[in-house]
Design a protein around this ligand. Structure first.
Ligand SMILES: NC(=O)c1ccc[n+]([C@@H]2O[C@H](COP(=O)([O-])OP(=O)(O)OC[C@H]3O[C@@H](n4cnc5c(N)ncnc54)[C@H](OP(=O)(O)O)[C@@H]3O)[C@@H](O)[C@H]2O)c1
Length: 330
């Protein structure tokens, strides 16, 4: 019987990154790259809506080519993979533009504003046979990875309860991107996506959830998701108005694991009163190693942060936002 073998293109040689946007996280990404000298790879180009910002970013980070638009970056033939670090309302458009130009993409969280728009990016990745991944860096940071491994290893017994918080104090300024509906602000998609992702990572998809919160200026300024699985309950909280505990407490039948604040970028955790487990610092470069591993293997998605999970988490977000009455402009 004839067999069809799909040969996927694996990247060989140095991996050439482009960065789309020059904001805070784009700078942190370039700094992380520079600090550790990631694999056989470098950032070779940056694109910005502004020529001046692109030039300044390139000069600060020793990047060879500065493009005065994301479209120019997409057209750069000497870029293999683009880190999309623009604001969430343009992630879908920017990622699709890069994929259609033949680039692989690592897209900042939240991947897009909804499950439906995430589907459009995955469809473009499929159609163009390119890699795509949400830059959910927590899933690659050493302390969260090890803590989840311990939980899955049964070290606290069957999980019964999770309390995970990402509440921070954000300037009371309607122009702040987290408080602006047009900029895709709100606590859930920017911060709450971390507690939701960690709970999902530990327990899989919840069977039910209800959300409460406050909405101001059109965005959710606080959000609490009470979620349930078979035998597990969780309280997942986020907000913009005060500094919260920022910890993740996972209670099992035989013990409690606490991932210390800030849990998504934790460097340590403890089980009960046992010794504090210290791991390598969180950094944006850990996820980059995973992108490289996938590109070298010709993979189009990462098994450690697969498309289906990104999509399913966004579909819970869709429902939570509907419960809270938040609607983003299309
Ligand atoms: N992984 C993490 O820990 C982490 C942390 C913070 C943020 N993020 C995510 O990263 C993304 C960027 O956040 P950020 O903190 O870097 O934001 P930021 O400092 O405000 O920068 C956003 C950049 O997006 C570009 N942009 C595109 N369209 C824009 C618009 N209409 N208005 C303003 N800027 C626009 C701009 O770059 P140009 O002017 O160069 O085009 C701007 O510098 C968001 O999706 C956010 O959720 C992730």
């Amino acid at each position: 019987m004839p067999r069809t073998i799909r040969v996927v293109e694996a990247l060989v040689g140095p991996i050439r990154w482009g960065v789309a946007a020059t904001g805070r996280i784009a700078r942190a990404f370039a700094n992380a790259f520079g600090a550790v000298g990631v694999d056989d790879a470098s950032i070779v180009a940056v694109g910005s809506r502004s020529r001046a910002a692109a030039d300044a970013f390139a000069a600060d980070h020793g990047i060879a080519r500065a493009h005065a638009s994301y479209a120019e970056l997409a057209a750069d033939p000497d870029v293999d993979v683009v880190y999309v670090a623009s604001l969430q309302p343009s992630h879908m458009h920017d990622a699709i533009m890069m994929l259609e130009a033949g680039k692989h993409v690592l897209v900042e969280k939240p991947f897009t504003l909804s499950a439906a728009t995430a589907d459009r990016v995955f469809a473009a990745a499929r159609a163009n046979d390119r890699f795509a991944m949400e830059a959910m860096w927590m899933r690659f940071n050493p302390a969260p990875v090890e803590a989840v491994r311990r939980v899955h290893n049964g070290e606290i017994g069957l999980v019964e309860r999770m309390e995970i918080d990402f509440t921070i104090s954000v300037a009371d300024d309607p122009e702040h991107r987290l408080r602006s509906l047009e900029k895709g602000g709100g606590s859930l998609l920017d911060l709450g996506i971390y507690p939701l992702t960690l709970a999902w990572w530990i327990a899989g998809p919840p069977t039910s959830w209800t959300a409460t919160g406050t909405v101001a200026g059109g965005v959710d300024t606080t959000c609490v998701i009470d979620a349930e699985w078979d035998g597990i309950t969780a309280r997942l909280s986020c907000g913009l108005d005060e500094d919260g505990p920022l910890s993740a407490v996972i209670q099992g039948r035989d013990g409690v694991l606490e991932l210390h604040a800030p849990f998504h970028a934790a460097t340590s955790f403890a089980i009960d009163d046992g010794p504090i487990q210290r791991l390598a610092p969180a950094s944006l470069h850990h996820q980059v190693h995973e992108v490289h591993r996938c590109l070298r293997a010709g993979a189009r998605e990462s098994p450690r942060n697969p498309w289906a999970t990104t999509r399913a988490i966004l579909s819970v977000c869709d429902d939570v936002l509907a419960q809270l009455g938040v609607t983003y402009p299309t």
